[in-house]
Design a protein. Structure first.
Length: 109
């Protein structure tokens, strides 16, 4: 999650490369994004099927470069790394974790 500042061409180039790398990883499940009403606070939640894949993503050189330069583009940020233990609902809201082939946990019936 981050509060955006001035997002220049370099930011967008790095961001695109990071997204493409994430999507290329075996174990990538999906990504969801949201924005605050004023569009200043943004969040991207990446889903992977293992912590090994999370570590590959975290060590991607372009990702490390962007993290070193974050102060150029962000007025603040916060990262959460978590493990999905269960996901459920009535099926009326599509979600990355709603399909059985994601490798993410489902509750027992």
């Amino acid at each position: 999650m981050f509060i955006s500042g001035d997002l220049d061409d370099e930011f967008h180039t790095l961001d695109k490369a990071i997204d493409e790398f994430a999507e290329s990883l075996v174990g990538f499940v999906g990504v969801e994004r949201w924005f605050s009403d004023d569009r200043k606070t943004k969040n991207a939640v990446y889903y992977f099927d293992s912590m090994d894949t999370v570590q590959l993503f975290a060590r991607f050189p372009t990702h490390l470069e962007a993290k070193e330069k974050y102060q150029k583009w962000y007025d603040g940020y916060h990262v959460v790394v978590s493990e999905v233990k269960a996901t459920y609902g009535d099926g009326k809201i599509p979600h990355i974790t709603s399909t059985s082939d994601t490798g993410l946990a489902k509750p027992s019936p």
